[in-house]
Design a binder for this molecule. Structure first.
Ligand code: URA
Length: 263
């Protein structure tokens, strides 16, 4: 694998400022207008504050990622250069644009999705379609902006018909993802959905079992939560995601929205 062998930005939606979202008590949005208030009373701060590092079910032997050596002084431009006009897997045949990743190279928070959809493939940017609009609103609800975080995917080319990436595709592409995370050195990684979670953690545990727990991955804190596309189909799950993101906010020292005053 090349990685072992080595020597050594959104759509046209209008998003309200985070402060305004907080002031309105509008945290995680409904589909079109995401943040919809979940009162702090329903989600007490005490319930989200403790940090618990839960063990991940260990595969037998080192995972693909434990086996991958770090590239010294790696940078995002260098990783992009190494990726090139990639033809390592069959996904290149149907792609329009490689979706490398977007955001701050110094982000404390990295979101990892599954793979580009049609909008991402057309624009070359991650999470710019309908699910992306929701993710952007989630980021705003945390008091951040897209430019403050880094957003990328397990695979960088669109799987046909938006199917899940296949193991050979993940195998070829994920070393670049690892290098991106290593180069950015975030405090927290958030896996959006089962594909990202299973790819990074190499676990067979289902997403509903592992979401919302603090996990450890290559020395970094990792949180699994539901994919925004799932939230579009199941809006009630937004409450769970908001709980997960509040844990991330605590970890990053971000202020939690103030409790609503009861009149
Ligand atoms: N879904 C993903 O997992 N990633 C994207 O970039 C867009 C939609």
């Amino acid at each position: 694998m090349f990685y072992k062998d080595r020597a050594g930005s959104a759509g046209s939606m209008t998003i309200p400022p985070a402060a305004a979202s907080h002031a309105a008590g509008a945290y995680l949005p409904e589909e079109s207008s995401l943040p919809k208030a979940k009162s702090s009373a329903q989600m007490p701060v005490a319930a989200v504050a403790p940090v618990r590092l839960a063990p991940v079910v260990a595969p037998s032997g080192p995972s693909l990622f434990e086996a991958v050596e770090k590239v010294k002084d790696d940078t995002l431009p260098r990783i992009r250069e190494d990726l090139g006009e990639c033809t390592r897997c069959k996904l290149h045949k149907g792609r329009n644009k490689i979706v490398f990743g977007d955001g701050s190279a110094k982000a404390e928070l990295v979101f990892i999705g599954e793979g580009p959809g049609a909008d991402e493939d057309a624009q070359g940017l991650p999470f710019v379609g309908r699910a992306g609009k929701l993710l952007t609103q989630m980021i705003d609800a945390m008091g951040l902006h897209r430019k403050d975080v880094y957003i990328c995917n397990v695979v960088k080319c669109r799987p046909p018909g938006n199917r899940a990436p296949e193991p050979d595709e993940v195998h070829e592409c994920s070393p670049f993802l690892l290098r991106q995370v290593d180069a950015i050195k975030p405090k927290v990684i958030v896996c959006l959905g089962a594909v990202a979670a299973k790819t990074l953690l190499q676990t067979t545990r289902g997403i509903s079992q592992i979401r919302g727990e603090w996990l450890e991955w290559r020395g970094r804190k990792l949180m699994v939560t539901y994919h925004p596309a799932y939230l579009l189909r199941n809006p009630p799950a937004k409450a769970d995601v908001w709980k997960d993101l509040q844990k991330v906010m605590v970890e990053l020292g971000l202020p939690l929205p103030k409790k609503k005053q009861s009149s």
